[in-house]
Design a protein around this ligand. Structure first.
Ligand SMILES: [Zn+2]
Length: 826
């Protein structure tokens, strides 16, 4: 006991001796307490649960440094000029601009675009963008009908979608967000009037017609958010009943992840937590976390904060080469920002930063003049060619093209603006919280109502120091909260040059509650350690993190022009350096495996470019020669780590994965022990030719040895004669050496219900004999059955070519998933 006391005394003396005064004004809390309220900013109105964090109105936060640069590039890029590019934004005849709501493009695209475009304009106070936005906002404000409906009337009648005769509430949900942003910027009371009348109208829509249709039902959480936004401003109690109806009619995200479309998931998973503000049922809050974890556990065992949903998540497609839609990223960020506000839980800030820093930048070219649809952690070629079925979506989804990718092209402009609007938040007790760290300035009323400005100088997430400077006309007491990221074990706090002892745990907030004077400074140092994440469900691959950034192999990127216009070109990006490396890591002393190389901050303030990255890591690696791209140009699937390699040891550079358009971010490791795995060559396809093969399909599918589940299996590569119907066609194997062949087995492709391929009318096998095609003899019947291999045996032939000839059914084509042959070899 006495020893214990003695050591305590010594500790106090030591702490004091090192100049770390224990500051009574500094505490560590899980989240801002909601016991007090905020007198200046609109939070939740009772009976809604008070929120620990309150969004500041647009204009309160001025992003600076690299964040401002993203917004400026967006303003100058394809999104800020989308009216010149997108046919959906042609004003003439546009239903969103027509007072009767008649015309074209009355669905999601114009409002998707306006959401990010107007917000970006407001934040930058860009007059061109503000006045362009005003045209669309004014049209919406003029559009309400006597019953309260607003916007394109065709949506209500069902003409814009397949909702025959029923209200399509989805596009209006997006416009409600645009109107809220406009209101925050202008305080134009017409917004409150329009929204109130519209919400009253929604109360008259019968239950069975309410939130019907796929998108409205999945995304009802967006409408719920707007109902509460309005309630907090007007206190109209009918809105609380409407909110219950919206929740009742929204897909039941509180039960489970009930849909696997990547954007619906990103938008919908947190919906129960929004309703929790009213229900106060902790199960609703827990459901958001449970959904998030389920998504990440099943499809997100990869770096970058997202998951593999290259349209939808698909069982079996869970590796780091699976991609996610750019819409999915920005919706995930916004969901995290909303959940951060509702809960005050710092983990949502960590998760938001993960997506913002590691995934989102790579979805655009560094000048933000082009985007692509799909981005994955491991992506080694972004060309125009089809990657389906490796990625679910067919078409040029990886091409950086400002003219394509319809939804993402319009919608993704809200990613950076909403991020910038959530860097700082107001707190109960008239305080402020720095929740997402980035260079910025916030001006807000605090304490007794004094307006203060806090300037945040930092190169975070590339730098470890945050410096805050307070500007105030008079001293004012208010609580200042600083988020401690989950990766930050030992933050160091300095107030006005004095080091201050603080035992802050990761995921908490440092609360400094004191009287602040003009010129006061706070320095927060968050040492970034290098850590590894091991993805046991993805072949024990690893990713390398330092602070909030994950690092990927630096691959030479060659931009190849691929269409577009002179002003708005489209680009393929090809690798110019090898990418098939495994890392050689010292697990016992990780820091010895990496050297940090700091580089000059880029002159143009855009660090999200492989050659501009202000920080690189160097580490040892070996090539794995058998790890190659597949026939689609996708990176070969991972195999178990550690992997064997006899290649020489090389030093490779890693850059933050958000800076890399081509990237390997989930790495195999190299091992030498008995557990090291020999990387297997992918099975070699037999050389084959055909009378015709559809562009998106391949003769290589015939012998790729992939398991087939049914004739309608559209998840594996296939061969089809698609395009040709009713004709006689052939496909043949050409052997390098003559083979003795005595049988074959064909698995026909048949997409009845989806497409135009059917089992053919008939087929037969021919072999080449002295330059002549001859039919094989004694073939015991050419079977024509779905969902199984159709086997045939015949008298053995010695031949260099075997041909399968089909007669297609009239008006139909045909295809083959797998064609095996029996030879005398293995
Ligand atoms: Zn999209």
């Amino acid at each position: 006991m006495s020893n214990y006391m003695l050591s305590n005394v010594v500790l106090v003396i030591l702490v004091a001796g090192f100049g770390y005064p224990v500051n009574a004004d500094v505490r560590v809390v899980d989240r801002p307490s909601t016991e007090a309220k905020n007198d200046f900013y609109i939070g939740n109105r009772p009976p809604l649960l008070p929120s620990p964090l309150i969004k500041l109105p647009i204009g309160a936060i001025e992003p600076q440094g690299w964040v401002r640069r993203q917004l400026e590039l967006q303003a100058d890029g394809f999104h800020g000029h989308l009216t010149e590019i997108s046919r959906f934004l042609i004003k003439e005849g546009n239903a969103w601009l027509n007072p009767d709501g008649e015309g074209l493009h009355g669905w999601e695209e114009p409002v998707y675009w306006l959401k990010g475009f107007s917000n970006c304009g407001y934040i930058l106070r860009n007059e061109r963008m503000i006045s362009e936005s005003k045209i669309w906002i004014e049209a919406a404000l003029r559009s309400p009908k006597a019953d309260g409906w607003f916007g394109p009337d065709k949506g209500r009648k069902g003409a814009a979608t397949r909702l025959q005769g029923r209200e399509d509430l989805w596009p209006n949900m997006i416009m409600l967000f645009c109107l809220q942003n406009y209101y925050e910027f202008t305080n134009d009371e017409r917004v409150i009037k329009l929204m109130t009348n519209y919400m009253k109208y929604l109360t008259t829509v019968s239950e069975e017609r309410f939130l019907v249709g796929y998108w409205p039902r999945m995304r009802g959480g967006d409408l719920l958010y707007s109902v509460y936004w309005l309630y907090n401003r007007t206190g109209d109690s009918f809105l609380l009943d409407l909110a219950k109806k919206v929740h009742r009619r929204t897909a039941e995200w509180e039960k489970d992840v009930i849909n696997w479309h990547n954007v619906n998931m990103s938008q919908g998973f947190g919906q129960p937590a929004t309703f929790y503000m009213q229900s106060k049922d902790p199960n609703h809050l827990r459901a958001a976390e449970r959904n998030w974890r389920k998504i990440r556990n099943m499809y997100g065992q990869v770096p970058g904060g997202m998951f593999g949903g290259d349209e939808n998540c698909r069982p079996g497609f869970t590796g780091p080469r699976q991609a996610v839609e750019t819409c999915g990223m920005v919706e995930m960020m916004l969901s995290h920002e909303i959940l951060l506000t509702i809960t005050g839980d710092a983990k949502w800030a960590d998760r938001c930063e993960d997506v913002a820093f590691n995934s989102l930048p790579a979805a655009f070219t560094p000048d933000l003049k082009a985007l692509h649809y799909l981005t994955s952690p491991n992506m080694i070629l972004c060309d125009r060619h089809n990657k389906s079925p490796g990625l679910q979506n067919s078409g040029p989804m990886l091409l950086f093209d400002p003219h394509r990718h319809r939804c993402c092209q319009h919608n993704t402009g809200h990613g950076w603006p909403y991020y910038a609007e959530h860097l700082w938040m107001a707190t109960p007790g008239n305080g402020l919280a720095a929740v997402l760290y980035a260079p910025s300035q916030v001006t807000a009323k605090v304490g007794d109502g004094t307006e203060v400005t806090i300037t945040e100088e930092t190169r975070y997430p590339f730098g470890e120091n945050i410096q805050l400077t307070i500007t105030t006309a008079k001293p004012v007491r208010f609580p200042l909260y600083l988020r401690v990221p989950a990766w930050c074990e030992n933050p160091k706090l300095t107030i006005n040059g004095k080091k201050t002892a603080v035992k802050a745990r990761p995921g908490a907030y440092i609360l400094i509650d004191r009287k602040w004077a003009d010129g006061d400074t706070v320095d927060l140092n968050m040492t970034m350690k290098i850590t590894l994440t091991k993805w046991t469900k993805n072949k024990d691959s690893v990713s390398v993190n330092r602070g909030p950034l994950t690092y990927s192999l630096k691959i030479g990127e060659k931009y190849v022009r691929a269409g577009g216009t002179e002003k708005w070109p489209a680009w393929e990006i090809h690798p110019t350096t090898p990418w098939n490396y495994g890392l050689m890591l010292n697990d016992k002393d990780l820091s010895s495996s990496f050297r940090i190389v700091r580089k000059a901050w880029p002159d143009d303030n855009q660090p999200f470019e492989a050659n501009a990255a202000p920080i690189e890591l160097r580490t040892k690696a070996k090539k794995i020669p058998a790890w190659q791209k597949d026939r689609l140009g996708l990176v070969g699937k991972l195999q178990p780590s550690p992997a064997k390699s006899d290649e020489p040891t090389e030093t490779v550079a890693l850059v933050p994965m958000g800076c890399a358009r081509l990237r390997i971010s989930a790495f195999p490791t190299i091992g030498t022990g008995p557990d090291a795995h020999e990387w297997e060559q992918p099975p070699k396809s037999l050389p084959a030719t055909a009378s015709h093969c559809w562009d998106g399909d391949t003769v290589a599918a015939l012998s790729d040895k992939l398991p087939v589940s049914s004739s309608s299996d559209n998840r594996i590569p296939r061969f089809t004669w698609w395009g040709h119907k009713g004709t006689t066609e052939w496909v043949q194997y050409d052997f390098e050496q003559p083979k003795k062949v005595s049988g074959a087995a064909i698995y026909w492709f048949d997409d009845t219900g989806r497409g135009g391929c059917r089992i053919p009318k008939s087929w037969r096998l021919l072999y080449r004999d002295a330059g002549q095609w001859r039919q094989v003899s004694n073939a015991g019947g050419y079977v024509l059955e779905k969902d199984k291999f159709n086997n045939v045996k015949f008298d053995p032939v010695q031949t260099s070519s075997l041909r399968l000839e089909v007669q297609l059914q009239p008006n139909f084509s045909a295809g083959i998933l797998e064609w095996r042959i029996d030879t005398n070899e293995r």
